[in-house]
Write a protein that binds this ligand. Structure first.
Ligand SMILES: Nc1ncnc2c1ncn2[C@@H]1O[C@H](COP(=O)(O)OP(=O)(O)OP(=O)(O)O)[C@@H](O)[C@H]1O
Ligand SMILES: [Mg+2]
Length: 352
């Protein structure tokens, strides 16, 4: 590989640079995206999570020019999407497949013909189409359903057809907009496994938009959290979810990594004359506890009591969340928190 090829391999396959999008709805401006910058490396499985209206779909749809930015730039494989669009969309769309929550299959066509659509549009020869579609149906495990119609398939099977169709032109990028949100948990799991194979076996870069955090923790390596058209947090799934900074990220994370004292205990604590200071620790793997509670108990003039504890595995790393009630002189409690800072323990105070 020469230096130029090497640098194009290192270059992010998708790059958003200060992208904003303003829609005009009946004379009112709606800011769907507000100065979004993000880079996705080649081969990544990257998740974008946010509540409804956060701007996730708008952002994703800029990658294949279904939307255009009001300002800012989007690059795919180093090329300006706007410039590609002006030159014609065929080569861009050939390189980018997309799947949807509602599958978007043509009901009047068989599974085979649905998967063949992008190849027919590319004027490929009949026998080449047959070979490719057979190969794709085999990959998604639907060889025996080639002659079925979408109405005869389950949701999971329909999404397999969607995936096969999206991969027909051998794209480098697969965009998934809430692709598992209409499926039950078991079927979701199967589709995520299939998408994992799309990444590992075919080397396709996956961009996955969802409002469901468990999908991100199972599938993705990187994640961006969106709120009101902005990216509020981004990084590796492990970094972002083990130490969530933004309130919205904490809300998402708390559904998969419990970190709150149960309501019944909160009620009891509120009634106590000396509720103490509640400190929440987030510990990763080896750092886990490391006798920390013992250190606090023996090293300081305070009384501790565990109010809550949870242990979760995320991307093969064990994460523990412990909420400790610490009673004692406020100055002594300050010494405890200074000790935690000195040992780089992630902590925050819980207010009830
Ligand atoms: N074509 C459009 N015209 C006007 N406003 C739009 C258009 N598309 C999106 N919006 C607005 O832009 C904002 C972001 O929408 P977007 O669909 O990107 O959000 P989302 O995060 O994908 O939400 P959801 O989870 O519901 O799919 C919303 O306020 C939405 O109403
Ligand atoms: Mg959307």
């Amino acid at each position: 590989m020469n230096a130029q090829q090497q640098s194009s391999q290192d270059e992010p396959i998708i790059r958003f640079e200060h992208v904003s999008k303003i829609y005009n709805v009946k004379g009112q401006e709606v800011r769907a995206l507000d100065d979004v910058s993000l880079e996705i490396r080649r081969g990544a499985i990257y998740g974008i999570i946010g509540f409804s209206g956060a701007g996730k779909s708008t952002l994703m749809r800029m990658v294949n020019a279904l939307e255009t930015p009001t300002s800012g730039k989007v690059y795919v494989a180093g090329e300006d999407v706007e410039a590609l669009r002006r030159r014609g969309l065929r080569s861009l769309r050939k390189n980018i497949g997309m799947i949807f929550q509602q599958f978007n299959l043509l009901e009047s066509k068989t599974v085979f013909d649905n998967v063949a659509i992008p190849l027919v549009l590319n004027h490929e020869k009949k026998d080449a189409i047959k070979k490719r579609v057979d190969e794709l149906l085999e990959f998604v495990g639907l060889s025996d359903r080639a002659r079925s119609y979408p109405a005869q398939l389950s949701g999971g099977q329909k999404q397999r057809v969607g995936i096969a169709r999206a991969l027909a032109t051998k794209p480098e990028i697969l965009l998934c907009d809430e692709a598992t949100s209409a499926l039950d948990p078991d079927t979701t799991e199967q589709i995520l496994k299939l998408l994992g194979r799309v990444s590992w076996e075919l080397g396709v870069t996956i961009l996955f938009v969802t409002h469901m955090i468990n999908v991100i923790t199972k599938l993705c390596d990187g994640v961006a959290v969106m709120e009101h058209g902005r990216i509020v947090e981004q990084g590796s799934v492990l970094d972002v979810f083990s130490d969530p900074r933004a309130e919205i990220t904490r809300r998402f994370v708390s559904t998969v990594i419990p970190d709150r004292i149960p309501d019944s205990i909160v009620e009891k604590l509120k009634k106590e004359p000396h509720p103490g200071t509640l400190i929440r620790f987030r510990l990763r793997a080896k750092a886990a506890t490391d006798n920390m509670i013992w250190q606090i108990d023996t090293g300081f003039k305070v009384k501790t009591n565990v109010m809550f504890a949870s242990v979760t595995e995320l991307q093969h790393v064990v994460l523990s969340v412990i909420i400790l009630k610490i009673e004692g002189d406020p100055e002594e409690i300050k010494r405890v928190t200074a000790y935690l800072d000195a040992h780089e323990v992630e902590w925050d105070e819980v207010k009830i």
